[in-house]
Design a protein around this ligand. Structure first.
Ligand code: BES
Ligand code: ZN
Length: 591
């Protein structure tokens, strides 16, 4: 087991095996109040239990005795800015410890939305985002992915709101104001999730469906109508789906991510519901986490490639099986191209941004390339060994480590035992070491080749040289547009942008992936004609991947930065706390 430097918990001494939550959602105070009762497994009868908390007020701690509860002494340490406050509880090896607490309105893992920030506009909304280390801001837990527990929750809320958790919610939208759910499988704390709002259910299949606000539910179910097929193809490749139902919850646009793989209930951004299924790789990705991440989990955040790299690989296999090779290859090429913008790396940057997979893949660099390297490694293994060998190998890995948290060494051992040793002479030790121990993407890594992208590249070159617009542009897929913009110069002339806009109406696009690229170029090129729509986009949407690049592009000039600060001031009340913090980092303090 790895020591987790992102948690104060001491799982070598004691672990939570089950968590019982009693929660009340108070929308007026923007507070969750209640209790978390931990069932504990002690390695040897110990004297203290350390839990992670951030911004939580602890009102009482009790330990179970044979005839009730007895109060326990506890102390909250001074907060560390990143990690929060360790809650140290004096126990006599109690099997159950109950912490009574309330959250702060500023809890980093929760967002409370006024009715005006929802699609319906009449009822409030709240949701959690626990990954990576925000569960501790709404539940006092051992907030490390090396500890897994089942949970049960009883939640009360205003009766007009539906409450959902990462658990067995069922499919009935009965508003009772009192909800009971169970997650029978052991999960790590970052998969604790809750949401409440005006939510209704639309089925997309036997085992799957969509929860969303009423005005969004039918459209979302149509966008995500391939979910059941995605489940079937993943099961055929990598073994059974082990979580019962798989539902999607479409959140308001302030949700800071594209998707979050909360078990049984993926949380998703509404920015992928655009009517043409062109961004549903996000759903393939979150579903893939039901194997890579939720079933087999990285035991610390330094090994996040075991979650995100594997998932990016499985995502692509799902896209291929459901939407065809051409789409899958284009999506891989888009991901691989993301390194190009950053090149050339200095050797020192390479070590930080793209370290060997065995050496911690995230939370060191700033570009988030770790998952790309991990998925590229798996694609390379697949190509070398062939799917006949590689697919059963991966299925065996999910099987062997199901419902466990492991580190890179566990994976590498498994790799040797079940792939490299039984199939010698397919890859060399030096090649494997290049992925696992050396920085960068190995020169021998294969690159995705897309004939369509070659044509897009030629069309772009012709346009840049002669001003002749791409003749096929009107029928390009989203992926082809992403390629066109990704490999275009950061800065174009206003005349060039006007020309594209007149023909293809990019300003005002409903597609967030196109928008983030187009508005970034518009900002760098000071294409003022797009600024109204750009500002509207930054105000409507809070998904970090979509808004941060545009803020970055704006902040390159003094005028742009001033404009960005103005837009941010207007948008901020609608942003999630972590989006706000990330924008402030770009624009500087005082915004
Ligand atoms: N689990 C991640 C989101 C995440 C990562 C939250 C790190 C907090 C810290 C999720 O599965 C994810 O990767 N989402 C992507 C989807 C995309 C890669 C298809 C997103 O949000 O854009
Ligand atoms: Zn992911």
């Amino acid at each position: 087991m790895t020591h987790d430097r992102h948690s104060y918990a001491e799982p070598a001494l004691v672990r939570t095996t089950h968590l019982a939550l009693e929660l009340e959602l108070d929308f007026d105070a923007k507070v969750v109040a209640g209790s978390a009762t931990h069932t504990l497994a002690w390695t040897s009868p110990g004297e203290r239990l350390v839990l992670d908390t951030r911004d939580i007020t602890v009102t009482a701690v009790d330990g179970a005795t044979s005839d009730g509860w007895e109060p326990l002494e506890f102390s909250l340490a001074l907060p560390d800015e990143e990690l929060g406050s360790a809650l140290t509880i004096r126990t006599a090896g109690h099997e159950q410890v109950r912490v009574s607490y309330r959250t702060a309105p500023t809890a980093t893992g929760l967002q409370w939305l006024e009715p005006s920030m929802t699609a319906g506009g009449l009822l409030p909304f709240m949701f959690s985002q626990s990954q990576a280390i925000h569960a501790r801001s709404w539940v006092p837990v051992q907030d490390t992915p090396s500890v897994r527990f089942s949970y049960a929750a009883h939640v009360t809320a205003p009766p007009e709101l539906m409450v959902l958790m990462s658990a067995d919610n069922g499919t009935e939208s009965r508003r009772t104001g009192s909800y009971d759910v169970v997650m029978p499988e052991p999960i790590p704390s970052y998969l604790l999730a809750i949401a409440a709002g005006d939510l209704v259910f639309e089925p997309t299949g036997e085992r799957s469906g969509v929860w969303a606000e009423p005005e969004m539910a039918k459209r979302a179910a149509a966008e995500f109508s391939d979910t059941e097929e995605m489940m079937r193809v993943t099961e055929a490749l990598f073994g059974p789906y082990r979580w019962g139902r798989y539902d999607l919850l479409v959140l308001p646009p302030s949700f800071p991510y594209g998707g979050m793989e909360n078990p049984r209930m993926t949380f998703a951004t509404p920015t992928v519901v655009i009517g043409d299924k062109s961004l549903v790789n996000v759903i393939a990705h979150e579903l893939a986490h039901s194997w890579s991440g939720n079933l087999v989990t990285q035991d610390s955040w330094d090994d996040i490639w075991l979650n995100e790299g594997f998932t990016s690989y499985v995502e692509n296999r799902i896209v291929e099986a459901v939407y065809g090779t051409e789409t899958a290859v284009m999506e891989t090429a888009i991901k691989q191209h993301s390194t190009a913008k950053l090149e050339p790396f200095t050797p020192a940057q390479l070590v930080v941004e793209l370290p060997g997979l065995n050496h911690g893949t995230e939370y060191h660099g700033t570009t988030g390339l770790g998952p790309l390297k991990g998925s590229w490694f798996l694609s390379w293994l697949e190509e070398r060994f062939g799917r006949d060998v590689f697919d059963p190998f991966l299925q065996g890995y999910f099987d062997r480590f199901a419902f466990r948290s492991i580190n890179s060494t566990d994976f590498v051992q498994h790799l040797h035992e079940h792939l490299l040793t039984p199939h010698p002479d397919v890859v060399t030790a030096a090649e494997v070491a290049a992925w696992l121990d050396e920085p960068g993407i190995p020169a021998f890594a294969q690159r995705a080749e897309s004939a369509r992208f070659t044509a897009v590249d030629e069309a772009r070159d012709t346009w840049l040289r002669t001003g002749e617009l791409p003749s096929g542009g009107k029928s390009w897929t989203t992926q082809e547009w992403l390629r066109f913009l990704d490999a275009a110069p950061d800065q174009l002339s206003v005349i060039q942008l006007q020309q594209l806009d007149r023909e293809f109406t990019l300003t005002g696009t409903a597609n967030g992936e196109i928008a983030r690229r187009w508005y970034s170029i518009a900002a760098t090129s000071e294409y003022i004609a797009a600024y109204d729509e750009l500002a509207g986009f930054l105000t409507r949407v809070g998904r970090m991947k979509l808004v941060l690049p545009v803020y970055k592009a704006l902040s390159a000039t003094d005028e742009g930065r001033a404009f960005a600060a103005e837009v941010f001031a207007a948008a901020k009340p609608g942003y999630h706390p972590i989006t706000t913090a990330a924008v402030q980092k770009i624009l500087g303090s005082g915004t």
